[in-house]
Design a binder for this molecule. Structure first.
Ligand code: SF4
Length: 246
């Protein structure tokens, strides 16, 4: 065993990041800088608050929770961005699979390469955040290009294995009807997409910016109203049969 996963935190009984009850591992480090990020403390690759999670410890935790993993429950690797630690993850995933746990990878899709392809191959479910469909808006919101995200989505589609797509709805930033339509058109024919999740923007992480001495980029932006969320959901429902609002 070589590399060890460096993690931000762990959620033991997660119900929002994949099917069933899940052990959610939030991996430290993310290449994006989303304007609405509610975990800015997970972005840096190194942090004095991050801890190591050896594979043996992970397997031990999973074994303790095994009785709760019904209905495809299991482990979700989230972040931060899990693919920033692809080397360590590639050493962990085969052992986790071998032990019989359902694996979900919750990713922003910002990194596309052979190793990330392999991570996808080892994962039962990919949960991919496609944060905007317009390249300029995507860069404005995340600081990064959309190309790798689209390549990762296409790769998953090509493998024929399951994927959920996620979309954070931010008034004035990601709720333009024409782009929601375009988002639907790009992925509407994907056979791999089992579900589309709308995550209404919230401000729960704002205090972390203050604690870190950083300015919060979306000061003054309100959370979407029920009507705004419903409008976006209606557009997505034109293209997808399973649209869920969180
Ligand atoms: S991808 Fe997630 S963790 Fe990374 S900056 Fe965006 S919201 Fe934050």
């Amino acid at each position: 065993m070589g590399a060890v996963l460096r993690i931000h935190s762990i959620e033991t009984f997660g119900t929002s990041d994949g099917p069933g009850i899940r052990l959610v591992i939030f991996i430290q480090g993310c290449p994006l800088r989303c304007l609405y990020c509610h975990n800015p403390d997970s972005q840096a690759l190194t942090s004095k608050f991050a801890t190591d999670l050896p594979l043996e410890d992970l397997l031990e935790r999973l074994e303790k929770q095994r009785p709760y993993f019904k209905n495809k429950g299991g482990v979700t690797f989230s972040g931060g961005e899990p693919t920033v630690q692809a080397g360590a993850l590639l050493e962990y995933l085969p052992a986790v699979r071998e032990a019989g746990y359902h694996i979900a990878l919750d990713t922003c899709g910002a990194i596309y390469n052979r190793r990330v392809n392999q991570l996808y191959d080892h994962s039962d479910l990919i949960i991919l955040d496609v944060k905007h469909i317009d390249p300029d808006w995507h860069r404005r919101i995340t600081g990064s290009p959309i190309d790798p995200v689209l390549k990762n989505a296409a790769y998953r589609e090509q493998t024929g294995k399951p994927m959920w797509l996620r979309y954070v709805l931010v008034p004035g930033y990601t709720d333009q009807p024409q782009y929601l339509e375009q988002w639907g058109k790009v992925f509407g024919d994907y056979k791999s997409v089992e579900r589309v999740e709308i995550l209404p923007y919230h401000t729960l992480g704002v205090h972390k910016y203050t604690e870190m001495g950083r300015d919060y980029p979306l000061v003054g932006v309100d959370t979407p109203t029920n009507e705004q969320v419903e409008k976006a959901a209606q557009i997505f429902k034109e293209y997808f049969s399973n649209v869920v609002v969180h």
